[in-house]
Design a protein around this ligand. Structure first.
Ligand code: HNI
Length: 143
């Protein structure tokens, strides 16, 4: 499910506009994932506070958004670009890849709320496809 040239450009263009807010986007999205899909909390039991707005959530969300930033910069080779991160989630963290779409969904919700003018239906579609490709790339090294 590869992105068309127009979709690719729409993602890169959106990211150019919103990435300066990536700390805020990430903290909101991760906080929501942990609140709404509470089964995801099981991977973060070692944190002192998993609640929305907490320090560990804010710190970790920066790492996740670093991963999204890396994905945008490797948009033409997501499988190669995210290979190490996929291996890490598969064999070190043992995160069930069924969780990746849950975070993707929270990211879509938060970006659409924070950037309603930029998040047109076309951009929404392109970004959704991009996150599905990120999920596929992150799931690639599980086997
Ligand atoms: Ni994920 C660590 C990126 C989804 C559970 N994760 C990271 C790191 C990055 C990252 C980057 C830090 C790596 C390092 O330290 O070298 N994670 C991403 C991205 C996505 C994602 C880009 C999806 C778009 N991770 C998820 C999901 C879960 C998840 C959906 C579980 C529900 N990730 C983890 C855990 C860690 C982690 C657990 C280690 C956290 C810690 O504090 O030890």
């Amino acid at each position: 499910m590869s992105l068309t040239v127009q979709e690719r450009d729409a993602v890169v263009n959106l990211w150019g506009k919103i990435s300066k807010s990536s700390d805020a986007i990430g903290a909101e999205a991760l906080g929501r994932m942990l609140a709404v899909y509470s089964q995801t909390r099981s991977y973060f039991k070692h944190w002192t506070d998993l609640n929305y707005g907490s320090e560990p959530v804010r710190i970790h969300s920066k790492k996740i958004m670093g991963g999204i930033n890396q994905a945008v910069s490797k948009i033409d080779d997501l499988k190669g670009g995210l290979s190490e991160l996929s291996l890490y989630h598969a064999f070190k963290l043992k995160v069930d890849p069924a969780n990746f779409p849950l975070l993707s969904h929270c990211l879509i919700v938060v970006i659409s709320m924070m950037f309603p003018k930029d998040f047109t239906p076309e951009v929404h579609l392109a970004f959704d496809k991009f996150l599905a490709a990120v999920t596929a790339a992150l799931s690639e090294r599980y086997r």
